[in-house]
Write a protein that binds this ligand. Sequence first.
Ligand code: C2E
Ligand code: MG
Ligand code: MG
Ligand code: MG
Length: 282
Amino acid sequence: SVKTRGKGAYQFYEAKFYNALRERLKKETDIRNAIERDEFVVYYQPRVDVATGVTVSMEALVRWKHPTKGLLEPYDFIVLAEETGLIIGISELVIDKVCAQLASWAKRDATLVPVSVNVSPQHFQHADVAKIVTSALARHRVAPDLIELEITESSVMEGNEISGALSILQRKGIKILVDDFGTGYSSLSQLHRLDFDVLKVDRTFTAEVDRSEQGRVFFTAIVTMAHALGMRVVAEGAERASQMAILKELHCDEVQGFYISRPIPPESEQPVLARHFLPVPE
Ligand code: C2E
Ligand code: MG
Ligand code: MG
Ligand code: MG
């Protein structure tokens, strides 16, 4: 009957629901253990000056060296880590590792470039990011201008904890970058009020610059706005020479993407990393 079929369907969905919940709890426990066992590693992706091809900075990108599943990328664990607050533990490990790495590179080579670290909005809401960053810098004796912070455009909106922490950090010489620009809802007045240093344009826009007239027009508008507000512009996710040529023509300042280099494991020496770029075509 309809009634028993209904019950069967209900039990089916109930089982599915509990399986999904169990999976989620297991993954949460795995991430918690991974933080304790220090299973995270940081890769570095260069960001280069479009006009000169020189590496100006490198982005720290976390990976999870899972004991059985191999090297996991952020899409496998960042969302759950953000939802559960575990992102705070991960980010603190990343900030510490980046400072330790900068200190070790500094011993071997004087020509260091800064490293940018991604910070989630949850981190600003539940912890004192300014204090965590400045104490990591002090612990490893790293100069503040060697660290930059990336915050997503959507977290620009999230209020006072963030703007307070950001101005403390900026006063210490730490640059603040707006990440994934074009995907969130920040207004011109917020961008102006918060006085960011660099605007990283989301790769969905970079993908269009050499594909459509509209893509080109859109990117031009972002560059004009960013320059008017005193920010440098980075194109994220450049993969082709044809994008590089147009980005140069549109006065985009910097570029990051597989065309220049994929994220590089930390075993490499920074001087090698910093030279790891292809010349920008004329
Ligand atoms: P994001 O901050 O926008 O970082 C850029 C992402 O784009 C990286 O992915 C990078 O590998 C990828 N990418 C760079 N160039 C290209 C390209 O030419 N083509 C394509 N298709 N992709 C490119 P990844 O490493 O998987 O990181 C994904 C996201 O995870 C990051 O996006 C960031 O939001 C988050 N994330 C990574 N590391 C951390 C971290 O330490 N803390 C926090 N809170 N979030 C992190
Ligand atoms: Mg980023
Ligand atoms: Mg981004
Ligand atoms: Mg992104």
